[in-house]
Design a protein around this ligand. Structure first.
Ligand SMILES: NC(=O)c1ccc[n+]([C@@H]2O[C@H](COP(=O)([O-])OP(=O)(O)OC[C@H]3O[C@@H](n4cnc5c(N)ncnc54)[C@H](O)[C@@H]3O)[C@@H](O)[C@H]2O)c1
Length: 423
């Protein structure tokens, strides 16, 4: 008779079960990725391919990994952000879906960098990245790891900025598909996914009422638009701060207050940075903010709120007043920082809802299969995802909703073809 499992083994088993249940729950919200996984299992478009992914280790990512593995790939995974890792999901992925997983919630920078190197040492042929750190790591030193790559995909705007800089220096040695710029991402992921989950993170951490509250959204790009719209929908008085005149005008025409960040600083009760730029909120803004103001960041890196300047202004070290809320005392005023300025929808909530990630990861999986299937290697550089991928994802999603749409008649096609407006 086998003996009782040790306490450590029992904890591990409980963690694995919890993760498996979370993955199954997300799977139920991901009909498009399920359809892709089933197709991959039949067609094996990734047979024998080694794929390394640096993504947030969440239940939705686990289902992407399952789809890639069903397509025949050998997958290794590390965390794009130490605060977003769901340890139970990592345990279940490794135990039940055969993926190699590196990453634990809250790991330090050294562990994170070790994990990147571990993945690169496995000589991957395709990289899936969220922030470009894995792709940059493959290019480190002599960049030999980059030479073995068929290609890569990048999830974020911030990652693409880094990759385009590499490309401009002629240092990018593989083709990279700009997943972030596909229609699927821009419309569904950023607008609806980031919009809802950013507010979710702030609300879970603070339990504040949004109705009637002044919410300042800094950055009115794809993600900022979603946050501003959802906050308005919840009854907040939304102020938008922008540096781009067109985006600022668009925000104004959507009915938002638009002003510079210095003007917004004394008015706001919740500030959300989502620009991709550093030091968007800094000393001069903190000095003007009212007592009790809440600061959160939805941008990819924790550089948008200048924490060094916030700490320098404070009379003492920050005090954790709630889990994930640090209070800084500034000559009689208190400022509340959520999730240490890290990406709030992942650090304080569960990231994008599964039904949004369904579209995003189905597009990723189809794009990766496209890369793997190309007989000729694409030239190094940042490339757009084929619009056919967006259409296929939308078609599968509509089918899962039981929605049928019209098609052009032959006459309409003939009429529209010269204008290139055939879908
Ligand atoms: N948390 C998430 O889930 C999530 C999702 C999507 C994007 N992101 C991240 O959010 C950031 C923005 O992404 P995006 O796709 O919206 O980018 P985007 O390029 O579409 O928009 C960024 C906007 O910020 C504005 N901006 C730049 N500097 C500014 C400043 N100092 N003050 C005010 N506005 C400024 C730009 O003019 C632009 O309109 C990136 O870091 C991206 O990686 C996070």
């Amino acid at each position: 008779m086998p003996g009782r499992p040790s306490p450590a083994a029992a904890r591990r088993l409980a963690l694995t079960r919890a993760g498996a249940s979370r993955i199954a729950w997300a799977d139920g919200q991901m009909p498009v990725l399920t359809a892709v996984r089933e197709r991959f299992a039949r067609e094996l478009p990734l047979a024998g391919r080694r794929i390394a992914a640096c993504l947030h280790i969440t239940a939705e990512t686990a289902n992407l990994v399952r789809a890639l593995a069903a397509g025949g790939a050998e997958v290794s995974l590390c965390a794009a952000n130490p605060l977003s890792t769901q340890d139970d999901v990592a345990a279940a992925l490794a135990a039940e879906h055969g993926a190699e997983v590196f990453g634990a919630r809250g790991e330090d920078r050294a562990a994170y960098e070790r994990a990147l190197r571990e993945l690169i040492e496995r000589a991957p042929q395709i990289l899936i990245d969220d922030g470009a750190e894995l792709i940059v790591c493959a290019h480190a030193g002599a960049g030999a790891a980059a030479d073995g790559l068929i290609g890569a995909t990048e999830e974020t705007a911030t990652g693409l900025v880094r990759l385009r800089a590499l490309e401009a220096e002629r240092a990018l040695r593989c083709p990279v598909l700009a997943i972030n710029e596909s229609l699927t991402e821009r419309i569904f992921n950023d607008r609806y996914g980031t919009g809802q989950s950013t507010l979710d993170g702030i609300l879970r951490a603070t339990n504040l009422l949004l109705a009637g509250r002044a919410v300042v959204v800094l950055g009115y790009g794809s993600a900022g638009r979603g946050i501003a719209q959802r906050a308005k929908g919840a009854g907040a008085a939304v102020i938008v701060c922008e540096v781009d005149a067109v985006a600022a005008l668009e925000a104004r025409m959507e009915g938002f207050e638009v002003m510079g960040a210095l003007a917004a600083a004394p008015l706001g009760e919740i500030f959300i940075t989502v620009t991709g730029a550093p030091d968007v909120l800094r000393r001069e803004h903190f000095e003007l903010m009212r007592d009790g103001a809440v600061l959160a960041n939805a941008g990819h890196f924790d550089v948008e709120i200048n924490l060094a300047e916030l700490a320098a202004l404070a009379s003492g070290p920050p005090r954790e007043v709630l889990p994930l809320v640090d209070e800084y005392e500034l000559s009689g005023r208190r400022l509340h920082l959520v999730a240490k300025g890290r990406v709030v929808n992942l650090a304080a909530a569960a990231g994008h809802p599964a039904s949004v990630m369904d579209l995003s990861f189905a597009a990723q999986a189809l794009a990766v299969a496209g890369l793997a299937g190309e007989a000729q290697r694409r030239v190094p550089g940042v490339h757009a995802v084929s619009p056919a991928v967006d259409r296929e994802v939308a078609r599968l999603k509509l089918a899962s909703l039981g929605i049928e749409i019209d098609t052009l008649s032959a006459g309409q096609e003939r009429y529209l073809r010269p204008y290139g407006r055939i879908h």
